[in-house]
Design a protein around this ligand. Structure first.
Ligand code: CDP
Length: 611
């Protein structure tokens, strides 16, 4: 099937440039041999073709492909980058997110290292829990030697990533997770203070509810050796504080730490470099849709997907800014249609996908996880005239995400009727089985629903696809209204076009003002009306608390997790970071990532001796 005339894609110049550089097919000489239109058609056709396996006629498949083409070329919905790059091509790997297991033996560590390479080559990102590895200096019976510990193996994975530049498209991204009760936790927390180390990893500490209770009550907790399942005894040197060198646990004593001291260290490091983030592992597991298949131990690189071992998720995001009418209202009917069509798209991606590992193929077919998210949230708010940092925005976030989550589930139910539910449905939290669908107190975790997909919703960062769709990324606030873009030695003014339109409409536009906004990095100039200044807030005008509240509002109606950065001004204190971490826990987030302006360029904290 080849479409004769493809309707032109509605793309900005920047979007065309990004596509040309990294997404469009090239021949062996490196010449681009696709247009954005033929690329989108390649994707639409490949994903729509799956319908034929479920009985659709050639004509129906063609119609479906046209609808998918329309969604992508008009910027209503975009699938994650690997789908755009690889659909209909020999590699055929369409997913962005993977988690691979690492068990406490060399075979497992190096098998998974190989699998990481294969996934990165295909454009996917990988997450790992290092929590099962025995701690540094623990015994290795086969060689009578001592173990290297999780952080040194993470460094091996980091070096391998560095060596493999994802098939010329993008460099591999990783998430490294360690439980708060692992004996090497202090080394892990501080391992990225040197910002030149482990650069291909984001790191998060897996935080249990018990740990947070211990922080609250200022109690101690035990560090557990995963090899024995028993409390760890401090070795010859004792356990020292990695920054001050103070002996926290003398040699030969059981390793018990004050939870507050560990939490303080996390906060101090996150304040200094943005890492580690937190992964609230118990909360993530409460919403694990298939607990009979295993527990979540890690997430994908940007945190929006807690996944099982050999689990995968293909993502796609709806551009919310497109659903604001000229009258300044939300077009819910169109949004519903796009949610239904997008859900179908993502369900088809599972069948069109070629995974690099058999274990991944099997699990993806058994649970059929998809990740439908949003982008253009900040655009939607400014078009509606609602400031990001307002109760009204938080209420609307709940309303919008609740609608999308519900409609996506209605679409998944429709698919289940047509094609059958996901094979593990009966024992999932959506099924009738009483043991895994209920909390210990007998209450249902989720209402019983016959779904095609074990999880449907998420919020991804949408780093590249938001550029392709020409919208603000994920649920982040606008980063800037106007800024200077340097490209090929020329300085170009990049201005938010909605802002320009409003300025012209209201009669306060001037080229000089726009340049001044780009120069100063803010819109607090006398010509800009106060009401406009209130609505057009950017990331740095917004107090961290609003960032956290926004994340929590979206989380309430999202199956999986949310990728979001909580921005802090440069002068923010460690206590403010602590407050954000505690608030995220209180409000039901599944994790949190912070970034303090300018902190990575900073002089890093000097590290003392490690214990
Ligand atoms: O916009 P795009 O589809 O390119 O990706 P994103 O929404 O920014 O990121 C979605 C997911 O893709 C991340 O959470 C990672 O799992 C993965 N990713 C990656 O592996 N490598 C990157 N350089 C960027 C994203």
């Amino acid at each position: 099937m080849m479409k004769q005339e493809l309707a032109p894609a509605n793309l900005t110049d920047i979007a065309r440039t990004v596509l040309k550089k990294r997404y469009l097919l090239k021949n062996e000489h490196g010449d681009v041999i696709e247009t954005p239109e033929t690329m989108f058609w390649r994707v639409a056709e490949t994903i729509a073709a799956v319908d034929a396996r479920y009985g659709a006629s050639a004509e129906q498949v063609e119609e479906r492909a046209e609808r998918f083409y329309h969604l992508m070329t008009q910027g209503y919905f975009e699938p994650n980058s690997p789908t755009l790059m690889n659909a209909g091509r020999p590699l055929g790997q369409l997913s962005a997110c993977f988690v691979l297991p690492i068990d406490d033996n060399l075979t497992s560590i190096y098998e998974t290292l190989k699998h990481q390479a294969l996934i990165h080559q295909s454009g996917g990102g990988t997450g790992f829990s290092f929590s099962r590895l025995r701690p540094r200096n623990d015994v290795v019976r086969s060689t009578m030697g001592v173990a290297s510990g999780p952080v040194s193996f993470m460094d091996v994975y980091n070096h391998s990533t560095e060596a493999i530049k994802q098939g010329g498209t993008r460099r591999g991204a990783n998430m490294g997770i360690l439980r708060c009760d692992h004996p090497d936790i202090l080394e892990f927390i501080t391992c990225k203070l040197d910002t030149t180390k482990i650069t291909n990893f984001n790191i998060s500490v897996a935080i249990t509810d018990a740990f947070m209770r211990a922080v609250e009550r200022d109690e101690e907790y035990d560090l557990i050796n995963p090899r024995t399942g028993l409390g760890q005894i401090a070795s010859r040197d004792g356990l020292k504080h990695p920054l001050t060198g103070e002996v926290l646990v003398p040699a030969g004593q059981p390793m018990r730490l004050r939870a507050r001291m560990v939490f303080d260290l996390i906060v101090q490091c996150a304040h200094a470099t943005g890492e580690p983030g937190l992964f609230f592992i118990d909360r993530a597991n409460e919403y694990n849709p298939v607990p009979h298949l295993g527990e979540y131990e890690a997430t994908n690189p940007c945190g929006e997907q807690p996944l099982l071992a050999y689990d995968v998720c293909n993502l796609g995001s709806i551009n919310l800014g497109k659903f604001v009418t000229d009258a300044g209202t939300i077009d819910w009917e169109s949004l519903r249609d796009v949610v239904h069509e997008s859900t179908r798209f993502l369900d088809n991606v599972i069948d069109a996908n070629h995974y690099p590992l058999e274990q991944i193929t099997q699990l993806s077919q058994r649970i059929r996880r998809i990740g439908l998210g949003v982008m253009g949230w900040a655009d939607m708010l400014v078009r509606l005239g609602i400031p990001y940092n307002s109760a009204q925005a938080i209420d609307l976030a709940r309303q919008v995400m609740r609608f999308i989550d519900e409609e996506s589930k209605v679409a998944s139910e429709q698919l289940a009727r047509e094609r059958g539910p996901f094979p593990e449905w009966e024992y999932s939290i959506w099924g009738p089985d009483a043991t895994c669908a209920r909390r210990p107190d007998g209450s249902r975790i989720r209402p019983q629903r016959l779904l095609r997909n074990c999880n449907v919703t998420t919020v991804a960062p949408t780093g590249t696809i938001s550029i392709i769709a020409g919208c603000s990324s994920g649920i982040e606030p606008l980063f800037a209204i106007a800024f200077w873009r340097y490209q090929a030695d020329t300085r170009m003014l990049d201005i938010n076009q909605d802002f320009v339109a409003q300025a012209k409409r209201e009669g306060w536009y001037s080229d000089e003002l726009m340049e001044r906004i780009a120069d100063t990095g803010h819109i607090h100039h006398p010509e800009v009306p106060a009401s406009v200044q209130r609505v057009w807030v950017t990331a740095h005008d917004i107090a961290p608390e609003w960032h956290v509240r926004m994340q929590a509002a979206f989380q309430e109606y999202t199956d999986s997790a949310i990728s979001k950065t909580i921005n802090f001004p440069h002068e923010a204190t460690p206590d403010q970071v602590r407050e954000a971490y505690e608030l995220a826990f209180r409000l039901g987030c599944k994790g949190i990532t912070v970034y303090r302006d300018g902190s990575r360029a900073n002089q890093v904290l000097s590290t003392g001796s490690t214990g």
